[in-house]
Design a protein around this ligand. Structure first.
Ligand SMILES: [Zn+2]
Length: 56
């Protein structure tokens, strides 16, 4: 671990993550969509496929 800062999980994105949430990724073998935990920056959290985690 070289940094304590969260980095955006999106490929080719080097921004610091500002939130966490999940996207639904298609399984390689089958039709099911599986939730996948990701970190997102301000830009990517606006993406339609990103569901921000609601803090309790
Ligand atoms: Zn990003």
């Amino acid at each position: 671990m070289e940094s304590t800062k969260w980095k955006c999980s999106y490929r080719n994105c080097n921004e610091d993550a500002t939130t966490e949430g999940h996207v639904f990724a298609k399984e390689v073998d089958g039709e099911a969509l599986v939730p996948k935990l990701v970190l997102a920056c301000d830009i990517h959290k606006e993406k339609l496929e990103f569901f921000e985690k609601v803090s309790k």
